[in-house]
Design a binder for this molecule. Structure first.
Ligand code: ADP
Ligand code: MG
Length: 277
């Protein structure tokens, strides 16, 4: 079975969020350096609202760096310097005067390794971002939000009777869904996911894929994945990143997922999606 033949998940009616408002995210000529080492060269990509965009490509080609630049995370983790613009519905998140918290509230991130606060309760994990995001909620509002976000993350039924237990007591897959619920609580307009299933078993992976599918109506999703079947199952469009020997990473080709798998323009894309390197 080739990835292209993988059956796509059916669209399930999603729980519509109050005021859900997915945005189109546009990277415009992004270049990035770590010191003198240029790791991204002129990357431009539009990630449309209500679509899932998959970023694929071998290790070290700059996918995680690109993803962090999309919500200014790289400013927190290291020394990357940057040229280019990132537009959230046309609004440059790097404009002078724009605060980093503004970007990071609207553009959430989920990582490869689930990172809930392990000693904090499941309930408090979900609401933990509210204060930082400048969102005020009373007790009833919080209760409703916790149920809503855990439901959207596909975790509510499993944890509704144990909301006071620590997040660290959950399985890996449940912890990742808890992290998704935590991200959703501040009502992001875009959700970035960096290999969110790489640390999970196949069943948990499938649950996360279903969640991604259902969320795409209310939050723009950008997912980095090494799993071509996963890219084929969950994404509407793909961008293939490559950093050839000694050159910075860039996008070789991007387009609708079916085109990328069935009739890619570039032989390197074809080789990659068919597992030939
Ligand atoms: P990918 O996610 O596609 O595997 P990364 O974005 O992690 O790629 O890395 C792209 C390049 O940037 C690699 O050459 C990597 O070694 C380099 N790099 C990543 N993070 C840092 C960092 N904090 N400091 C220096 N170099 C880095
Ligand atoms: Mg990476």
């Amino acid at each position: 079975e080739t990835p292209a033949e993988t059956v796509r998940l059916p669209k399930v009616a999603s729980v519509q969020a109050a005021g859900s408002n997915p945005a189109t995210l546009e990277a415009d000529s992004i270049s990035a350096w770590f010191g003198d080492h240029k790791v991204l060269e002129q990357v431009s990509l539009t990630m449309p609202a209500r679509k899932v965009t998959a970023l694929i490509g071998p290790s070290g080609c700059g996918k995680s760096t690109f993803l962090r630049i999309l919500n200014r995370m790289h400013e927190l983790v290291g020394s990357a310097s940057l040229a280019g613009r990132v537009l959230l519905d046309g609004d440059d998140i790097y404009d002078r005067g724009r605060r980093i918290t503004h970007a990071r509230r609207q553009i959430g991130m989920v990582f490869q390794k689930p990172n809930p606060f392990p000693a904090m309760s499941i309930y408090d994990n979900v609401t933990s971002g509210l204060k930082l995001g400048g969102i005020k909620a009373g007790r009833d509002g919080k209760d409703a939000l916790v149920e809503e976000c855990l439901t959207k993350a596909g975790l509510w039924k499993e944890v509704r009777d144990r909301l006071r237990q620590p997040g660290g007591a959950l399985s890996g897959g449940q912890q990742q869904r808890l992290c998704i619920a935590r991200s959703l609580a501040v009502r992001p307009r875009v959700l970035l996911m960096d290999e969110p299933c790489s640390a999970l078993d196949p069943t948990s992976t499938r649950r996360i894929e279903e969640t991604i599918h259902e969320l795409s109506e209310e939050v723009t999703i950008v997912i980095v994945t090494h799993n071509m079947q996963q890219a084929a199952r969950v994404s509407d469009q793909c961008a293939f990143f490559l950093a050839e020997q000694g050159t910075p990473g860039g996008i070789v080709e991007h387009g609708p997922t079916t085109t990328m798998f069935d009739s890619p323009q570039d032989p390197r894309t074809s080789d990659y999606v068919n597992g030939r390197f």
